[in-house]
Design a protein around this ligand. Structure first.
Ligand code: SF4
Length: 433
């Protein structure tokens, strides 16, 4: 099976040679190195997420940039990078641990000591206290979480600083604080007769450390896509309503499954006064949904599911809860990356699965379970833009810098933010169904 990177290169070459393609990509720029895009972006003076699913999303001005990568890493062939990464990893031994997210490309995943979702990876790093460096081949908020959970002596490194997350960036600390102020004006701050606060803030793991800290400070909690239902139940025991950010879809899908009516889930648009709602709508609410989304999971549609069912009778459709509600409703089941993996592993008979999540993970599952037919619901190859920015060239660079005794691209979360964010994470770990 060819990797997504190889498939993109083949399609792009075929397009150039024949003017026609067997398949298509969401952006031909995917075949370029991320440094080409960084340079074009720097020259234009506009921060962006790069080619891929998030390419149309607006990146905030404060989005971190990656300084230019030394030329030798850009010019190196795939074989040379492989040789240099392998050699540096061998030299570092237990001093470095490499973590790879499920959505990361195979060219990088092949060097990972652990592969998993963001929280699994942060926890995996805890099993390696001897590692001085944790190289997180994921995105920025994941590296922050690893820094919060690791020891102060461990350096968490993000190989390309421009690997952010467009969804996480849709809720920034200032906008959430402003929203909170407006909600306090409407709801007040005192508890009701049953001791429940007016509103409990809940942030998805896919958010900045600053927002996790905001939740820790304000009686709130963090959730993952695996435990969102338990966390919402925890919040409803303690509050009259929930402010859920940044992913509206995970919030809506989870609250709907708990029986919250859609009319009690207003959306908060940070660019509008009262988020675009009346005070009464907010008073009547049970869950206030932040106007955020993942551009990878937003691509999945009911039409794709109908097509999969027409072409593959008996197909099992499993989607991630970051997908829109109609897609989750039309699927056979919905759950986190871990849920999807376990559902496929549990199938005892050869089965056809249509999966609604990022293409790299789907392709890896297809290779791991050849007895099943596994394909991505989205026929267009369109990986997570920001994850795609971690190219083997950046991995080789950070590893060789470590060998030379230099730590580059370290992600650090300040002490006060760490303490409050840890409070919110600990509440999540203690929450029980
Ligand atoms: S897949 Fe979506 S939520 Fe995950 S890192 Fe990419 S943009 Fe963010």
């Amino acid at each position: 099976m060819s990797s997504v990177n190889t498939a993109i290169q083949l399609i792009t070459r075929e397009q150039a040679e024949n003017g026609a393609a067997r398949g298509s990509t969401c952006s031909p720029a995917l075949a370029k190195g991320p440094w080409d895009y960084d340079l074009a972006e720097a020259l234009a003076g506009v921060p962006a997420y790069g080619p891929g699913a998030s390419s149309a999303d607006v990146a905030p001005a404060a989005t971190p940039r990656q300084g230019q990568l030394p030329e030798e890493y850009k010019r190196a062939t795939d074989a040379e990078l492989a040789r240099r990464i392998t050699a540096a990893k061998a030299t570092l031994g237990d001093r470095a641990v490499i973590l790879g997210h499920f959505y990361q490309r195979d060219e990088v995943i092949q060097y990972a000591d652990f592969v998993g979702d963001s929280f699994q990876l942060a926890n995996a790093a805890l099993t390696k206290p001897e590692a001085e460096a944790i190289i997180f081949c994921g995105v920025h908020f994941m590296a922050e979480t690893a820094d919060i959970l690791s020891t102060p002596e461990q350096a968490v490194i993000l190989p390309n600083l421009a690997a952010g997350c467009s969804m996480a960036d849709m809720a920034d600390a200032d906008s959430v604080a402003e929203c909170w102020e407006q909600l306090e004006e409407i709801f007040g701050t005192g508890p009701d007769a049953e001791g429940r606060r007016p509103v409990i803030p809940v942030t998805y793991m896919n958010s900045s450390a600053a927002l996790k800290a905001f939740c820790g400070e304000n009686g709130g909690i963090v959730c993952t896509s695996s435990n969102a239902k338990t966390v919402l139940e925890w919040a409803f025991e303690r509050g009259q309503r929930v402010l859920f950010f940044p992913d509206q879809h995970l919030g809506r899908n989870t609250a709907k499954a708990l029986g919250v009516p859609l009319e009690q889930m207003p959306m908060w648009n940070p660019r509008k006064d009262l988020g675009g709602n009346s005070a009464q709508q907010l008073l009547d609410s049970r869950v206030i949904l932040w106007h955020g989304f993942c551009s990878v999971h937003k691509r999945f549609s009911v039409a794709q599911i109908e097509q999969a069912r027409a072409e593959h009778p008996g197909v099992q459709v499993i989607v991630h809860p970051e997908c829109p509600m109609e897609v989750v409703d039309a699927a056979d089941s919905a759950g986190s990356t871990d849920f999807i993996k376990k559902a496929i592993a549990a199938a005892t008979e050869p089965t056809t699965f249509a999966i609604g999540t990022e293409i790299n993970m789907v392709n890896r599952l297809a290779a791991e379970y050849p007895q099943h037919t596994i394909f991505c619901l989205d026929p267009v190859i369109c990986p997570c833009s920001t994850m795609y920015r971690i190219h083997p060239g950046y991995l080789a660079w950070v590893l060789e810098e470590l060998v030379a005794g230099r730590v580059v691209n370290r992600i650090t979360v300040g002490d006060a933010v760490q303490a409050n964010a840890r409070t919110a994470l600990e509440r999540m770990l203690a929450a029980r169904p």
